[in-house]
Ligand binder design. Sequence first.
Ligand code: PGA
Length: 314
Amino acid sequence: MHLTLRQLKVFESVARHLNFTRAAEELFLTQPAVSMQVKLLETHLGLALFEQLGKSVHLTEAGQEVLGYARNISQQLDELEAVLNRMKGLAGGKLRISVATTANYFIPTLLGTFSRRFPEITVSLDVTNREILLQQLSENTVDLVIMGQPPAEADVKAADFMENPLVIVAPPEHALAKQKKIPLKRLQDEVFLVREPGSGTRIAMERFFTEREIQLKTGMEVGSNEAIKQSVQAGLGLGLLSRATIEQELELKRLVELDVAEFPIMRHWYMVHRKGKRLSGVAEAFKDFMLKEARALIGVVTPSPTSPGQRKRR
Ligand code: PGA
């Protein structure tokens, strides 16, 4: 068969309109040019595709058959074009993301998978505190920001891609380590280590206890998750951390997650950018990847009612 894509395209248009003149208008061709393409196609195929009854045009049985294939082929070509366009946009592209310090515990794993899938993409990753993230958002200096709480202002778009449970941790020998359903009020007898002002974790912690009128005794202010974990292990107080940060310490039994009523505090992780921002092909690909795969790749931790403090992957 020597038919051409052009003939199929012209045929599809005539078959859709059942009118040569309208097809010609749609394709910016003259009516004789359209008739010529259809005639050539019919000659190649050895069958008539249309029949003229009075003033109206009808598809023959062969015409109907060819129409089905012509549509499939044109759909496939559209898909191919979309795939190639995406590849053109991605090859040599650059992804600039900025993430909250706590997100650094899972982002490298996700970036690893993403980079293996799109090796041509260069990634620039900034790990910083909430204040800087907000500044970067307002100055539009990065493609996407990953944070625990999108700013309340209306001019950002935020997509929730994963749960972020916050839990209370203690050293394994702590008096509360084996206790079940510790009432919130009991926490008032303990000293808590807190993150620096501006930390999303700290803001969530303060809001949670203020809403419940629980006044915690706060001890040292500690500027990183790592330092909080070390200080809790050293017996300086209890810590409230994202569960994402304590995977190793739980496994090595250096810390335990306390079974406290109303815990974990269930927060979420968001990908945020300014409303109306035109994301690059690379940024769109990353966003899509995160929305579809982050939960499964990280193994989001859900609270287990039967065995408090245990991690459960799903
Ligand atoms: P962090 O976490 O600012 O406490 O590191 C981010 C967030 O939970 O918002």
